[in-house]
Write a protein that binds this ligand. Sequence first.
Ligand SMILES: O=C(O)CCC(=O)C(=O)O
Length: 305
Amino acid sequence: MPITHTDCLIQGQPIPSDVLGELNETRWSAESGNQMRGRLAEDGYLLLRSVIGLDDVSAARQEVFERLVEVDEIKPPAIDGIATGTSRRAELVEDLGDFWQSVSEGPRLRGVSHGTRIESVMTAIFGEPARAHDYMFLRPSVVGRATRLHYDLPFFGRGSQRVLTVWTALGDVPVCDGSLVIVEGSHRFDDLIEPIRQIDYQSKDSPQVQMMDDAVEFSRQRQTRLLTADFRAGDLIVFTMTTLHGTLDNHSSIGRARLSCDVRWQPAADPIDPRYIGPNPAGTTGAGYGELNGAKPLTEDWHTR
Ligand SMILES: O=C(O)CCC(=O)C(=O)O
């Protein structure tokens, strides 16, 4: 079914039809590397359907949400992902960062996010062996939450110059649950991309990321559109460091938390940013998993990353 503009909310407003579009799908296979590279260069992203089998995605989803049931944030049955609106995480867990690291390193989740299916797709896209960053951004995103539009380059431009983000739907993510949004043609907005290439990657501070305040107004000014789609469990989207993206607002009528993860992949032969690899990755600021929004109780207010 085509998406409707009333289901696609951003910053509390339905996206007007003239600035709303659907993401293009790309067929994938281990042999279609050339075609995928062409589409990635053309569009700045690749929407790939059903890369992960449903059983594997369900096992990963169950594993993550069970941990959140334990801290009273998700109602049983865990697999449904319905938020309770409360949290006992802060009182039950000794260290929020350690807790989040253990959730992010669950074996079922890693079997999906760092498993052979995605690895083979990424190897085909790069045309050479691919490797993932160990550090993972796992995002249970409850009603009212969204990630504002931004580029990923300020975070991940320090090692390889060929890093790609892989955002995976860990369950169905219809547009009303806050699915991913790409700004059409934004990988060619040189006036915005050039300044972020100048970032000081030696700094330990979280980079100053330019957020687009009003996504609809921004799209109108640029004469472009906000592209999104209903994601199904096991779909993923690959995009470049210079593709402007964010998410829709989650306004699920049944209070379902959107569950997705995003991981960076790069050619294995390239230099790799040491902050994002190893048994205890430091993360962007050095605070490890504790710096992530996912490490905060689901009831806490936060914006963007
Ligand atoms: O899932 C989200 O909320 C944001 C995802 C994102 O910013 C990314 O994958 O780089």
